[in-house]
Design a protein around this ligand. Structure first.
Ligand code: GLN
Length: 404
């Protein structure tokens, strides 16, 4: 029997124009070669018992059908409460919140809801790899503004940032605390961005999923025993009406597989996000939103402990990386270390990552996956440290082989 001919154009131009996620691929490579996985940013330790318990109870209590598309009332109310005490932000649960399937869906739904073909979206580079396909799928034209690795951390050139804005600029994406660099934007930098958004009538998408993972600066050579403060872009003067805050349960409560996130946006944008979200997914998992309502109402002590745990992990892994030859600094926030690998003499990050996974036994993410032009990241790799102490210790031991 002759098979019907397959059309050459079965794959859309959009889908053909980006590759599968390198971050997720590295986890599969780690499993394949038995490497310690410091690539994809997910904890390898258990989620808090009480939060898991609430999810189980919600299933037992039969919250097993669709939730309201934009999120259960109790979860939205919990978001309102938490945004008030933690961010100092007043949010209306009826018109300004959309619960999504993770911040991943929140970001793309937000962009699809606001950006039209040909409109420009500014992205700091290196950037979390999802933002590139997000731009393609939402028809945005990405405009990259480099963050340079300097003595003083990762910083952009203010003139370059200003020059990136023009009348076609629809939005800027901020990831703060930043994946992959660990940068925490200062109030001064945020005001500079906010002023540009207002001047050019642009929206700010702010990915704040690492809002609780901030480190004190004692190890940073700054000798200051204080943490940078998390500042929410929506809280700056005149920004609430032009900001989409994207957040999720994933990192703060160690439940990356639950896929529960949310967007806080002004009513007109929320309305559009809700429509996009509805037809993409109908809604996020109902019982997990019930557990989310509980998680968001945890006392401040939960977050203090979380910071302490991650601080210990950061302060363990960074000196190990520096000692074996990576050039890197202590991140101020999030749970990644972006490193320079030039000392190892590899042609590029892909070759180095292969060597690290297959010969050394540690998986990382090649730097090029955070840049629009692979050359820019060819001497960098990213480590993540949201792992058990014994996982980090095992990685440290294996990394010693790089010294010989
Ligand atoms: N945000 C995490 C990272 O950068 C996980 C990404 C993902 O796989 N969704 O590694």
């Amino acid at each position: 029997m002759t098979r019907p001919k397959i059309s050459k154009n079965r794959i859309s131009r959009k889908a053909a124009s980006f590759e599968e996620s390198v971050i997720r691929e590295m986890t599969r490579e780690a499993t394949k070669y038995g490497a310690v996985n410091l690539s994809q940013g997910f904890p390898d330790f258990a989620a808090p018992e009480d939060i898991k318990q609430k999810a189980q109870e919600a299933i037992d209590e039969d919250f097993n059908q669709y939730a309201i598309t934009w999120g259960t009332k109790d979860f939205r109310d919990a978001i309102v409460e938490k945004s008030k005490w933690f961010l100092g932000l007043d949010v209306d649960p009826e018109t300004e919140i959309t619960v999504t399937c993770g911040s991943t869906e929140g970001m793309i739904a937000g962009m699809m809801a606001t950006v039209d073909e040909g409109e420009e979206v500014i992205v700091f580079e290196p950037f979390y790899e999802n933002y590139a396909p997000d731009a393609i799928l939402s028809d945005a034209t990405p405009v990259h503004v480099p963050l340079y690795f300097t003595e003083d951390g990762w910083n952009c050139d203010k003139d370059e940032l200003r020059n990136a804005f023009n009348e076609r600029t629809k939005a800027i994406i901020l990831c703060n605390p930043n994946n992959p660099t660990g940068k925490v934007f200062t109030l001064e930098e945020m005001n500079f961005i906010a002023d540009l958004c207002k001047e050019f009538d642009a929206i700010c998408f702010t990915d704040e999923i690492y809002e609780h993972i901030l480190f004190d600066e004692t190890q940073n050579g700054k000798g200051v025993e204080s943490r940078p403060e998390h500042i929410c872009m929506a809280n700056l003067e005149g920004m609430k009406e032009r900001t989409v805050v994207v957040n999720s349960l994933s990192k703060t409560y160690s439940v990356t597989g639950w896929r529960v996130g949310y967007c806080i946006a002004p009513p007109d944008i929320s309305n559009a996000i809700r429509k996009v979200h509805d037809f993409l997914t109908v809604g996020a998992a109902h019982p997990l939103q019930k557990a989310g309502a509980y998680a968001l109402s945890l006392p401040e002590s939960y977050y203090v402990e979380l910071q302490k745990d991650y601080q210990k992990k950061r302060d363990f892994i960074v000196p190990v990386l520096q000692d074996v030859g990576f050039k890197c600094d202590f991140p101020d926030g999030a749970y990644y270390v972006m490193t320079d690998i030039s000392k190892f003499g590899f042609d590029n990050d892909i070759e180095f990552t292969k060597h690290l996974i297959r010969e050394i036994g540690v998986a990382v993410v090649p730097g090029s996956s955070f840049y629009h032009d692979s050359k820019l990241g060819s001497q960098q790799v990213r480590f993540c440290f949201c792992k058990k102490d014994e996982t980090l210790e095992a990685a440290a031991e294996r990394l010693q082989k790089l010294k010989s």
